[in-house]
Design a protein around this ligand. Structure first.
Ligand SMILES: Nc1ncnc2c1ncn2[C@@H]1O[C@H](COP(=O)(O)OP(=O)(O)OP(=O)(O)O)[C@@H](O)[C@H]1O
Length: 452
């Protein structure tokens, strides 16, 4: 604590005595004054009362304050006054300048720090989507609302959405920005409904309707979930009506989302719809080069070209391939060259570009989709949250691999083949009657084997 702060009441009392200030004047003008900060030889005094006449204090007490401070400290100080409003402004400005607060904002908004415009490679496949995203980032709520980005798995939708969010936060650290997947939105909604009281629901609504920029990823997953669609519809209206920006991504355009409620579909079409397609060879090369630069690697052209030539449809896999080569080189302490790349990638790059689908892969992807762990699916728990996804694994293993019922049972924690058969029958029956099960299976099949 600065000596002026320590001696503050003494200083005020000195003024009272020396200038014969009445009790009432003292408590009106002097007592509310507080030392806000001391920097160098400047004391900033908080007036502490927005309505007080600054002029009057300046005229009447500036000199007495200077003298009393000099007397109490033995030094000369300049004095400046600050009002509560100005203090608030200053705190906000500090928040902009402070990288710690910026990181906090990024975390609060659920953003991946790496997914920015700087690290996003613009190519023929995403030029329009990129340009629209920049426009939205520069003037959220004003240009295209909603911005609807669609495209296949692993092509950069999420990266682009995060880039918009980062940009908005950089421009205005007070902006309320939130990125969620539609699955997260659904789970949170279900949780609020399950808690069953009005306050959890109103908290949920307050959260989602009090946002400047809302980004919802993979909206296709709310299809078939009626209460989620209903709630999202109202969230959308509230935000859009208040000119708040909404950005949505999906694996297909609204017109192809067959069982989406019409009123949502038409809203999705209000703004701008842009797509991201598979990158061409040049773009794949540029993405790999960018990654090399960001991760600080030094890699032979031949290796980069080999990956770019062979992995065509999915950028996540393109990056995964490079990571895998680096990991091997590291592990085996070997040089990064073409023979190593060929050896490491032989599983990914089969002559006809097919990904090898195994029950383990299916378990991983189904678990991730339902927000479960693989161990949940192979374990013994029997609640419906787990049983349904487990049956889906059985169905998908049957239809996407050559593995026998017995072996599917083995991988699924040692279940016998009749259990597996029953699970498969259950899903097959549901597919006859339930649009949402059909949709889930469709999504999962695409996640498991995007090239199909
Ligand atoms: N144009 C690009 N430049 C640089 N990196 C990219 C680009 N496009 C995609 N990536 C990278 O590819 C990976 C997959 O991208 P992302 O997660 O954004 O895909 P997505 O389309 O959202 O996939 P999903 O459909 O699975 O949600 C990320 O690591 C991302 O950084």
């Amino acid at each position: 604590m600065h000596i002026i702060q320590e001696k503050w009441s003494e200083i005020l009392n000195m003024i009272k005595v020396e200038h014969d200030v009445s009790d009432i004047s003292f408590s009106t003008w002097l007592k509310p004054l507080k030392v806000y900060k001391v920097e160098g030889n400047v004391v900033t005094i908080n007036i502490n009362n927005q309505n007080i006449a600054l002029d009057y204090i300046n005229k009447k007490y500036l000199l007495p304050l200077k003298v009393a401070i000099a007397e109490a400290t033995g030094e000369n100080f300049e004095i400046s006054f600050i009002l509560p409003d100005e203090i608030e402004e200053e705190i906000k400005e500090k928040a902009v300048a402070s990288p710690i607060d910026h990181n906090e904002n990024i975390a609060k908004a659920n953003l991946n720090p790496r997914y920015t415009f700087d690290t996003f490679v613009v190519g023929n496949n995403n030029k329009m989507a990129h340009a629209a995203s920049v426009a939205v980032a520069e003037s959220p709520g004003e240009s295209y609302n909603p911005l609807f980005i669609y495209g296949g798995v692993g092509l950069g939708k999420t990266h682009l959405m995060h880039s918009i969010a980062h940009y908005v936060l950089q421009q205005n650290s007070n902006a309320k920005v939130l990125y969620v997947t539609s699955e997260y939105f659904t789970n949170e909604l279900i949780e609020s409904i399950r808690n069953g009281n009005n306050s959890t629901m109103s908290k949920f609504r307050e959260k989602y309707r009090n946002i400047d920029v809302l980004l919802i990823d993979d909206i296709q997953f709310i299809i078939g979930k009626e209460s989620t669609q209903e709630e999202f519809f109202h969230t959308f209206n509230a935000l859009h009506g208040a000119k708040k920006q909404i950005i949505i991504s999906s694996d297909k355009p609204p017109k192809d989302m067959e069982i989406l409620e019409d009123r949502l579909r038409s809203r999705f079409e209000w703004g701008l719809i842009v797509d991201i397609s598979s990158p061409d060879y040049e773009t794949r090369m540029a993405i790999l080069r960018k990654k090399e630069e960001l991760d600080g690697y030094q890699i032979d052209d031949a290796v980069i070209e080999y990956i770019a030539k062979n992995i065509k449809s999915n950028i996540r896999e393109l990056e995964g391939a490079l990571n895998k080569i680096m990991a091997y080189a590291n592990l085996e302490k070997s040089e990064i060259n073409l023979p190593l790349a060929e050896k490491v990638l032989k599983d990914i790059i089969s002559p006809n570009q097919k990904r090898i689908v195994t029950p383990e892969l299916i378990i991983d992807i189904v678990a991730e989709h339902f927000d479960l762990s693989p161990a949940d699916l192979t374990g013994n728990k029997r609640n419906s949250k787990i049983v349904f996804p487990r049956q889906i694994v059985m169905y998908l293993c049957r239809h996407m691999t050559e593995v026998t019922l017995k072996n599917i049972g083995k991988v699924l924690g040692g279940r016998d083949h009749t259990t597996i058969m029953n699970g498969i029958n259950k899903i097959e029956a549901e597919l006859e009657t339930s649009e949402s099960t059909k949709e889930i299976i469709d999504i999962l099949q695409k996640k498991i084997n995007p090239s199909k």
